[in-house]
Design a protein around this ligand. Structure first.
Ligand SMILES: [Ca+2]
Ligand SMILES: [Ca+2]
Length: 584
């Protein structure tokens, strides 16, 4: 340990908190449920809490509601101040403990979805606006395929998946889809301050569409013909070096920094080395191509008819391939045992069919969408204790909502009920001070964002508000109402408490803040202890709150909880755009 580290530890010991009041640092909408959470590491009792306004005047005094303990919080109380609706700045206090500043504002979420895009731009492969150069220009050469291995296919573009530089259709198509959906439903929430290349300066295109089109362009390259459907670019040989994107020296057998491996869907188990995945079809990937292209075709119909026509043709072709080859096309492992183990594909085909129905109005697609939906009404992690890595993906099934948008009354009720069942399964596990019922597997923040999004969609579809407290609790968790008091999105809000030491070579070496990045989030301590090659580089400033069954570390060495994720960041864009609109 260096001198600075020892000093920080001494400071921590002197000021070690024994209790805290956690709040959503981004803020509360005036009509939203508002609950701060009192978390004590020791056994204490409180009776009342107060809310004071900016002038220090008490505007509410109320009984604290005791709640079941959670994680490191031996004692939890829920401090419900929903009745405070007047916009302003407040603090919540109980005993000697006072919260950080609480904002109540009609525009609490204004601009938040655009903030996420800073991270998306930073993650771009192809032309990267941060480095102002084209990165990974040699992509890629086909591997793991008996007929085409060794062929060069030009697939530069897209986004790096996380702090490594691997690229997946699975996550990139979902990211593109959600951004398109966010724009379609909430166009007023997005600004135009950047151009198509991601450089500062408007181009008369909303920035969310600039970003989505960057994804679409790559996806079109990854599906160049009906007989070539690619799924993954690079593999975990990427992890060999701690390089920046422009100087990535990963070697896939064609020299350092040269061509990267390009994996097609083959319908068979894949993996060049010791580990193999369980791929048995194309449909999980084909369905994602189909849904993303079909939604884009609808959105670009008047904006760019030629582009839209091409997208439409590709959507139809991808969907047909998914029908012909049911099953999953999983991520391909390299040298390590970790890969994206997606086990469901009917959700992807459902979404593909729903978008093709919206685009073509051919009722065959609606029937097929409803049939797929009935085969997996609830995304299977909901209600579970654990799951494999990305086993049930996407984290929530937008297909039910997309069916609902265009279906008749009876079918609408069916898909709304599917959402309800998933929400109920999570709520059943959420009888704790934070009202949190997700499993804390790797990338728990994705599950949190998806639960909140599904609950929001259900509420808008039905007008049923019975789960609003849980929807809000998941949103609040992401922005600071969690044991650590940390916003899980870097820079949101800019004056909040968020990660300053994410697992990212770009942040570390370039000394930049990865504004807009959603982190993986807390995991079960049992998972953290068993991951390979994890160690903290600095003293843990959150150590007092890492004594429970889940842990979070703001440390560059922790790739399990503190690594930003591209797909999770994009996935959050819908909810934040929705909350930024009047009427919410
Ligand atoms: Ca723009
Ligand atoms: Ca799936």
């Amino acid at each position: 340990m260096n001198f600075v580290g020892a000093f920080v530890l001494a400071q921590l010991a002197a000021s070690s908190p024994t209790a805290a009041i956690r709040v959503n640092q981004l803020g509360y909408l005036p009509d939203a449920p508002k609950v701060a959470v009192f978390c004590s590491l020791d056994s204490v009792e409180i009776r009342d809490f107060i809310v004071t306004d900016a002038a220090g005047k008490t505007v509410l005094r109320r009984r604290a509601d005791p709640a079941r303990s959670f994680g490191p919080c031996v004692v939890n109380y829920r401090l419900d101040f929903s009745s405070v609706r007047k916009p302003g700045e407040y603090r919540v206090a109980a005993g000697a403990i006072t919260s950080s500043m609480v904002r109540i504002r009609e525009d609490a979420y204004a601009g938040a979805a655009d903030t996420l895009l800073y991270y998306m731009r930073e993650q771009r492969s192809g032309y990267n606006p941060l480095f102002r150069t084209v990165v990974h220009i040699h992509d890629g050469i086909v591997v793991d395929d008996s007929t085409r291995a060794g062929k060069f296919v030009p697939v530069t573009g897209g986004w790096a998946d996380a702090s490594d530089y691997l690229q997946y259709v699975m996550t990139s198509a979902n990211a593109t889809f959600v951004m398109l959906m966010a724009y379609r439903d909430h166009p007023g929430s997005f600004a135009d301050q950047f151009d198509a290349r991601g450089l500062a300066g408007k181009n008369d295109v909303p920035d969310i569409l600039d970003e989505a089109r960057h994804g679409l362009t790559w996806l079109l390259r990854m599906f160049p013909s009906d007989s070539e459907m690619y799924n993954q670019l690079g593999d975990d040989r990427d992890h060999t070096y701690w390089d920046l994107p422009p100087t990535d020296s990963a070697d896939y057998g064609w020299g350092k920094g040269k061509e990267r491996a390009l994996y097609p869907c083959t319908g068979k188990p894949q993996g060049l080395f010791k580990y193999k995945n369980r791929s048995d079809g194309f449909a999980s990937t084909a369905g994602k191509y189909a849904s993303t292209f079909a939604l884009a075709a609808a959105l670009y119909r008047t904006r760019d008819p030629q582009f839209a026509a091409r997208l439409r043709q590709k959507a139809v072709a991808a969907y047909a391939i998914g029908k012909k080859f049911p099953g999953v096309c999983q991520g391909a492992p390299g040298r390590a045992p970790y890969f994206y183990e997606e086990d469901n594909w009917v959700d992807d085909m459902e979404l593909g069919a729903a978008e093709l129905y919206a685009l073509t109005r051919d009722r065959k697609y609606l029937r097929e969408a409803l049939n797929y939906a009935a085969r997996e009404p609830v995304t299977p992690w909901m209600g579970a204790d654990t799951a494999r890595h990305y086993q049930w993906y996407p984290w929530h099934n937008n297909g039910h909502y997309e069916i609902w948008r265009n279906a008749g009354t009876a079918d609408r009720k069916v898909v709304a009920d599917y959402y309800k069942r998933g929400i109920q399964a999570v709520v059943k596990r959420a009888d704790n001070g934070f009202r949190i019922g997700i499993p804390f597997i790797w990338c728990s923040n994705n599950l949190m964002a998806s639960f909140a999004t599904q609950a929001y969609l259900y509420r808008r579809m039905t007008g049923d508000n019975q789960f609003r407290e849980y929807e809000q609790a998941a949103l609040d968790w992401l922005f600071g109402t969690n044991p650590w008091g940390v916003s899980m999105v870097i820079g949101l809000p800019h004056d909040g408490v968020f990660a300053h030491d994410p697992h990212s070579v770009v942040a570390k070496e370039m000394h930049i803040e990865l504004t807009g990045a959603l982190l993986d989030g807390p995991v079960y301590s049992s998972i953290y202890k068993h991951l390979l090659g994890i160690s903290l580089h600095d003293p843990d400033e959150y150590a007092p709150f890492n004594t429970g069954f889940i842990v979070y570390h703001d440390d560059v060495g922790d790739y399990s909880t503190n690594e930003p994720i591209m797909d999770g960041t994009a996935n959050l864009s819908y909810l934040l755009a929705a909350l930024a609109e009047r009427g919410h």
